[in-house]
Design a protein around this ligand. Structure first.
Ligand SMILES: [Zn+2]
Length: 321
């Protein structure tokens, strides 16, 4: 091993992390979580401890004030967000964040809470995990056909994830048409209630009374830029906003773009979100947030309770962003 590599390793071991953290101290970090496996809660607890030790947790309202108006936030500020509205947040994650005094904003896919829509990625996961087939050919129309073997759980999960990526490139209508054919393709009935359930509105109200913030995340979680008509985009964004307002008594102040990468948010989507009465909108574009940046294109860092701590701590410090 060269001296150079040894020196670099020593630098990181001795405090490279703290150097990067210091350099990024004036910027804000927003973390994104989705699901919380009951077996991963020790990992979440360690991540919360790390946040408490090295960072200053703040609410998303505080981040919006900082980015929009320059209202000061503590150095090394971190806001935590959770997308989609799964019940595992209520059951497992909320008590941990609460114990550590870390504020959380949860973005709700309101059609999911209303039991009108099953998340499309969960339909895929269920169908691939429960199919009696041991191989399948997937044709989404836009790509050459893909052959998947379904011989064990890992290959099934992999096939579901890769098919999900293919679907993200389709128009919304084509994605829905593919999902409608899914039971036939995989010869499996997809139940109305999948194993991955949403919170109830009563649980949302209970959490709101304990200080959890709630934001809008559309009704059915389409990739908004893949919708052809502007009224569909408006219906998804404003429909979820109004539904939360009905259930909680006041409209949500923040919005989260489904999938949230740059190609998922076109000018129409940005404009409708910006005019929707929100204080901010969060993307999935990785990065840190500074004063005077677009409050409707806030960047986030994708996290998961199962991430190894060295990776978690490097991401949080702002390495390679
Ligand atoms: Zn989502």
């Amino acid at each position: 091993m060269s001296l150079d590599v040894l020196l670099k390793r020593a630098f990181h071991a001795a405090g490279g992390l703290s150097v990067v953290r210091f350099r990024n101290a004036g910027s804000n970090r927003i973390l994104t979580y989705h699901a919380f496996d009951p077996l991963s809660l020790a990992g979440l607890d360690r991540q919360c401890e790390h946040i408490r030790r090295y960072y200053n947790p703040v609410s998303l309202d505080a981040v919006a004030g900082f980015v929009r108006e320059g209202v000061s936030v503590p150095r090394n500020s971190v806001a935590v967000t959770v997308d989609d509205g799964y019940r595992d947040f209520y059951l497992h994650a909320h008590p941990i964040f609460k114990r550590h005094g870390i504020p959380v904003t949860v973005f709700l896919m309101t059609g999911f809470l209303d039991h009108q829509v099953r998340p499309w990625w969960d339909q895929l996961k269920y169908a691939f995990l429960h199919s009696p087939l041991d191989r399948v050919v997937v044709r989404t129309g836009s790509e050459a056909e893909k052959h998947f073997s379904l011989t064990d759980e890992a290959s099934r999960r992999n096939a579901a994830a890769l098919t999900g990526e293919l679907l993200k490139s389709l128009s919304n209508a084509k994605r829905l048409a593919f999902l409608a054919r899914l039971p036939e393709l995989l010869q499996v009935e997809i139940p109305d209630t999948l194993p991955w359930v949403p919170m109830s509105w009563n649980e949302v109200r209970e959490l709101a009374s304990q200080g959890v913030g709630f934001g809008a995340h559309t009704r059915s979680h389409p990739i908004l830029a893949s919708l052809e008509a502007e009224h569909e985009i408006r219906d998804e964004i404003e429909g979820s906003r109004d539904r939360i307002g009905q259930e909680l008594g006041s409209p949500p102040l923040h919005f989260s773009y489904p999938n949230g990468l740059a190609g998922d948010i076109d000018d129409r989507v940005r404009r409708i979100a910006g005019n929707g009465g929100f204080r901010s909108a969060v993307s999935a574009i990785p990065g840190l947030n500074r004063h005077m940046e677009d409050p409707f294109m806030l960047k986030r860092l994708s996290m998961d309770p199962e991430l190894p701590m060295p990776y978690f701590s490097r991401q949080l410090a702002g390495f390679r962003l």
